[in-house]
Design a binder for this molecule. Structure first.
Ligand SMILES: Cc1cc2nc3c(=O)[nH]c(=O)nc-3n(C[C@H](O)[C@H](O)[C@H](O)COP(=O)(O)O)c2cc1C
Length: 183
């Protein structure tokens, strides 16, 4: 299975980066073909609402930035694992920007051009109450489904988890394994 591991955090080796590395490590053991992408290293502008993508035969954007190559990769992938830090109660801006730019996967009648690629979302937050933002983040699951992905599950990681030891104590490795098994 081709899996894109996408990090929306500006801290490539921060909390999301470390958890996504664990997905990468276990995914390789399962013989998946994985590629890591850090959104903050990409040049991705805001959607300009030109809607020219609706008139195209393929899912590409009129803007000549790094998003078109990402759209091609997503088109060819079987699954995406997308990590975002929580900023001000929601996904951070870089992740939302990326989601907005998935518009070319929708036809003019809002049917999808995707082949139901699977999506797992990872959300990390500082607040130890893992229920606090779920109502906002579960709406994001509906957004992925609307675009045409098959939303598989969310992994919520809360608290000041700054070391790999802390995550293993919290069972992150086994949670990652359980999620990969759902793909
Ligand atoms: C601008 C900003 C806003 C944040 N807002 C929240 C928040 O609303 N709730 C929360 O629990 N943590 C918040 N955090 C903490 C991050 O979500 C948390 O540290 C996250 O694990 C960082 O992930 P990263 O290391 O992959 O960047 C915020 C951090 C920043 C920098």
């Amino acid at each position: 299975m081709k899996i894109l591991v996408i990090n929306g955090s500006p801290r490539s080796n921060g909390n999301n980066g470390k958890i996504l590395s664990e997905f990468f490590r276990q995914g390789r053991l399962l013989n998946h073909e994985l590629e890591s992408i850090n959104l903050s290293e990409k040049n991705i502008s805001c959607c300009q609402a030109c809607l020219e993508c609706k008139a195209r035969d393929i899912a590409q954007c009129s803007q000549n930035d790094d998003m078109n190559s990402l759209l091609t990769k997503i088109d060819k992938a079987d699954a995406l694992i997308i990590g975002s830090p929580i900023y001000m109660w929601h996904v951070n801006a870089q992740t939302k920007l990326f989601i907005d730019r998935l518009m070319p996967f929708l036809n003019s009648d809002y049917s999808s051009r995707l082949k139901s690629q699977k999506v797992i979302n990872v959300y990390t937050q500082a607040n130890s109450n893992s229920e606090l933002y779920k109502k906002h983040l579960e709406s994001m699951s509906e957004v992925y489904s609307f675009i045409g992905f098959k939303h598989v599950d969310n992994l919520y990681v809360s608290g000041e988890l700054n070391t790999y030891d802390a995550w293993t104590q919290n069972g992150i490795e086994s949670k990652v394994g359980e999620l990969l098994a759902k793909l």
